[in-house]
Design a protein around this ligand. Sequence first.
Ligand SMILES: [Zn+2]
Ligand SMILES: [Zn+2]
Length: 109
Amino acid sequence: MGQLIGYECPNCNYEFDKFDGYGFVSVLETYHCSRCMELVDVLVGIRGKKFTEEMALEHNKRYPLEKENFFKCPNCRVKKTLSPWNLQTKPCPKCQTKMNQNGKIGNWD
Ligand SMILES: [Zn+2]
Ligand SMILES: [Zn+2]
């Protein structure tokens, strides 16, 4: 089961629900999309298994009907605009201020 943690920027009030870890179906990680200027939860694996890029290609080849957008921004569907969100500095994608947890917490699967 994965975990949901809500974050909020103290400067511009940007909010983001970070889905993290291993769900029953999807494995998600947080990335920053420089095109959308948003934080996004990106699919990096399936059924509890984190994929490499080769595994993702292989999966989509083998299961064309459940083709997934691995390692792509869920908004603009572009891959090369993504960079991992810095978990040390937790920068707001709008103003670069360090984001804080807003107390929202939960589980997802
Ligand atoms: Zn901000
Ligand atoms: Zn995007």
